[in-house]
Design a protein around this ligand. Structure first.
Ligand code: DAH
Length: 340
């Protein structure tokens, strides 16, 4: 009897169970009415009286050891089940995490901000919902100017006119109304125009406006600032060309071309075989605009420029279709790894 108890004890101490069902099978095997441990208890009746004390103690030890073993095996399951319930399994390998990349338009916007910050420009923003004064009137747009037309502008209310700003030039006005020269700022932001969506146009796009107002600001300062910008953005060997143009809020006005960074000026389909691509509009702030904002145009002069971030990004990364910027297709976005 003693040997059988000892063998059974060894057997029980060595038990393992991988799943709760297996543990239940073991419990029945040893502790059910006909179980191996219970059977020994049944036989206890036949033990001679002089051995009863010793064997009884051994049997009790065996029973306790069996109960304890089953508890231990059980607790190992409950711990993993509980932690799994909470979604925590510290032994699991870490799930592969895909680090995001910045959107190409953000990369280029931040690059423009960095380039102008180096020459003392700070960043300001204005509202996307504007009134007629800040988007048009203060910028010298005549009352019947076609840009005010329903076809271009998303109006929210007619009288007084409230609209989605069609350009970031509106932030020039807000800045000059509240600040005194010297002013040296850029204004990045979203703009809206009622245009059919195509590879070259979208009804929502992004601009960066620049403004410098101080005593003795000349066209020469404008040209030199734009040359600096073009070379920082497109490379040191970039050349610029200014063509006369017209905007209601600048006089004189110009459009800036840069030498095509794709073909190096030799001619390709991006520059339509001219060797030049247009990147922005600019000019000397019209004295009437300064006066509209309470700045004395006899003392101060200034220049302004405005560029489309999409356009700069298309050129910089040779993207053929502007719609790609708005579709958020990861296969497209993952190709941009700029960190700023
Ligand atoms: N606001 C113009 C546009 O949206 C861009 C522009 C042109 C801004 C000339 C300027 C400027 O500041 O001087 O097309």
């Amino acid at each position: 009897m003693k040997d059988r108890i000892e063998n059974l004890l060894n057997e029980i101490n060595a038990l393992t169970a991988d799943v709760p069902e297996e543990l239940e099978r073991l419990r029945l095997k040893y502790l059910s009415k006909k179980g191996l441990v219970s059977v020994l208890f049944d036989e206890f009746r036949n033990i001679p009286a002089d051995q009863k004390k010793e064997i009884g103690q051994l049997l009790n030890q065996l029973k306790n050891a069996t109960l304890e073993k089953i508890e231990i095996l059980k607790s190992s399951f409950t711990i993993t089940e509980e932690t799994a319930d909470q979604g925590i399994d510290l032994s699991r390998p870490v799930a592969h995490m895909e680090p995001g990349t910045r959107h190409p338009l953000s990369i280029v916007r931040n690059e423009i901000i960095r380039i102008f910050a180096q020459i003392g420009y700070t960043v300001a923003e204005g509202p996307e919902i504007e009134d007629d004064w800040h988007n048009f009137s203060a910028l010298n747009f005549p009352p019947e100017h076609p840009a005010r037309d329903m076809q271009d502008t998303f109006f929210i209310a007619k009288d007084p006119a409230i609209l989605l700003r069609t350009h970031t030039s509106s932030v020039q006005i807000r800045t000059m109304e509240t600040e005194k020269p010297p002013i040296r700022k850029i204004f990045p932001g979203r703009v809206f125009r009622n245009e059919a969506i195509s590879a070259r146009a979208h009804c929502i796009f992004h601009q960066v406006e620049g403004l410098y107002v101080d005593r003795n600001v000349s066209f020469m300062d404008l040209k030199q600032t734009l040359l600096y910008f073009a070379r920082e953005m497109f490379g040191e060997s970039t050349e610029i060309r200014l063509r006369p143009s017209f905007f209601p809020f600048t006089e004189p006005s110009g459009e800036l071309d840069v030498s095509c960074n794709i073909c190096g000026g030799k001619g390709c389909n991006i520059c339509k075989y001219t060797g030049w691509v247009e990147i922005l509009g600019c000019g000397m702030v019209d004295p009437a605009v300064l006066e509209n904002c309470g700045i004395d145009s006899n003392i101060y002069t200034g220049f302004a420029f405005g560029m489309g971030i999409e356009r700069i990004t298309l050129l910089k990364y040779q993207v053929k279709d502007l719609r790609l910027f708005f579709e958020n297709d990861l296969r497209f976005l993952k190709q941009f790894t700029g960190t700023i």
